[in-house]
Design a protein around this ligand. Structure first.
Ligand code: FAD
Length: 423
């Protein structure tokens, strides 16, 4: 069972519920990834993860300029962006240390949606940060998704990563959800957010198009195979600059190097240690293992989510489009995977899914067993936004950080695909 499972921003009404959760519940996991995770469709399908055990044996390099901890979309995007700015001729050495197999955290276990937030929850964002920052948050998401799409297009890998430009539909199951979404829409419009791609659909229109009895809003969105995208990002970066990946290499601690050493930090693992000048914490839900001051409700709380792959009861053409969907305040989300023949019934990747099956009788057969079912650990923050930038001390008034040269991007609170790749 999942505790909390949003993939889109969490609406205000859920905020208090989630705050209570953060304050009252012990973390779902310890602070390092478990060694025998459930099997995910994205990771455990045949040939899906060619880099799974890359660099898991042999010696670790003694030193690097930059050490990235974690090989999900965040860590690998850091390597990718460095690679686009530095060349092989420049003496920049980067290593990625990964506790388990390559990309075996949330990125390899998520719902596969690449859906930048168009307007949902805008009022809550505005209340938290003001109108300008709220608008910037949405702009950042569309900028990030655009960057990923440009990478995919420039590398000509649309089919390899199973990218589907199917758009996204949010279905409003309750009047309350619908009213809040309309308020968000109007607040976003007043703020000057570009809403030209948003289309409201009445209950009747939704029924005639999709066969469901609820109103909805349709806007831009994609779905894809996240691990395959990250594999391509890694291979690109590796081709461009000195980069090495070491899987099965959990970082246990980071300590200051001896005075006079050319590198500021020593990163310790059971396989030995690596000296480096800069450390990037791309460990998301597990960040507090190396940064204990991020433990607890004001930091990053590991939170379990659950996804399944279930065979639809009808072929893809009866889905009436390739949209990804969410409902129930973003706590349920799904899309049909591509098929290879017209008659094939697609696999539906379904996150949450406690209620959705009963609302799509035509698509889901009640009682059908999933083909695969897995869990993944999200990193939640109390504001639902990630910590990004130089690692600070717990004491915010301290000017001279004890973490000089260490950076973090973590805590996407279940909505990382259109945020983590940003630069
Ligand atoms: C069930 C589920 C469904 C989701 N659905 C969606 C969705 O549909 N759309 C969306 O936008 N977002 C979704 N998310 C959120 C999204 O997957 C994450 O925000 C994103 O993948 C975070 O990427 P990351 O690289 O920061 O973290 P991760 O992918 O978790 O990578 C962190 C890596 O760090 C490694 N690591 C941790 N500690 C250490 C250590 N000490 N030493 C070495 N390595 C370490 C881990 O093993 C892991 O591989 C979902 C998440 C889950 C769990």
């Amino acid at each position: 069972m999942a505790f909390v499972q949003p993939t889109l921003s969490v609406p205000t009404s859920r905020l208090q519920e989630s705050q209570d959760f953060l304050h009252s519940t012990r973390s779902a996991v310890d602070y390092l990834p478990v060694q025998k995770p459930t099997k995910s469709f994205w990771i455990d399908s045949p040939d899906a993860n060619p880099l799974a055990t890359e660099g898991s044996t042999g010696f670790l390099p003694a030193a690097a300029d930059i050490c990235i901890v974690g090989s999900g979309i965040t860590g690998v995007s850091v390597a990718y962006h460095l690679a686009t700015r530095f060349t092989r001729e420049e003496p920049l050495k980067v290593i990625i240390l990964e506790a388990r197999d390559f990309c075996s955290g949330a990125t390899g276990r998520n719902g596969g949606h690449l859906t930048p937030n168009s307007f949902i929850d805008f009022s809550a964002l505005e209340a938290k940060y003001g109108q300008l920052e709220a608008k910037k948050a949405l702009d950042l998401e569309s900028h990030t998704a655009k960057g990923i799409l440009e990478f995919i297009s420039s590398q000509d890998i649309v089919d390899e990563v199973d990218l589907v430009a199917g758009g996204h539909v949010t279905m409003f199951v309750t009047d309350d959800e619908f009213c809040r979404a309309q308020e968000d829409y109007h607040a976003a419009r007043v703020a000057g957010v570009d809403l030209s791609n948003v289309e409201w659909l009445s209950k009747e229109e939704m029924y005639s198009i999709y066969g469901v009895h609820y109103p909805g809003a349709r806007y831009g969105g994609h779905n894809l195979w996240p691990l395959k995208l990250v594999t391509h990002l890694y291979n690109f970066a590796k081709f461009k600059m000195p980069l090495s990946l070491h899987t099965s290499t959990p970082v246990s601690t980071i300590s200051p190097n001896k005075v006079g050493s050319p590198h500021r930090w020593k990163v310790h693992t059971p396989r030995g240690s690596v000296s480096c000048s800069y450390v990037v914490h791309a460990t998301n839900a597990y960040a507090s293992h190396l940064l204990p001051h991020l433990r607890g409700p004001s930091g990053i709380v590991p939170t379990r989510g659950q996804v399944m792959a279930v065979r639809a009861s009808v072929p893809l053409d009866q889905f009436r489009g390739r949209s990804s969907w969410d409902a129930n305040d973003g706590f349920e989300y799904w899309f049909p995977r591509p098929v290879t023949t017209i008659s094939e019934h697609p696999l539906v990747i379904l996150g949450g899914g406690r209620e959705v099956e009963s609302r799509f009788e035509l698509i889901f057969e009640l009682g059908r067993e999933p083909v695969m079912e897995w869990t993944g650990i999200m990193g939640f923050t109390s504001l639902r936004d990630p910590f990004v930038g130089p690692v600070g001390d717990l004491d915010a008034s301290s000017h001279d950080s004890n973490y000089k040269g260490q950076f973090i991007a973590a805590g996407y609170s279940g909505h990382g695909m259109p945020r983590a790749y940003a630069w």
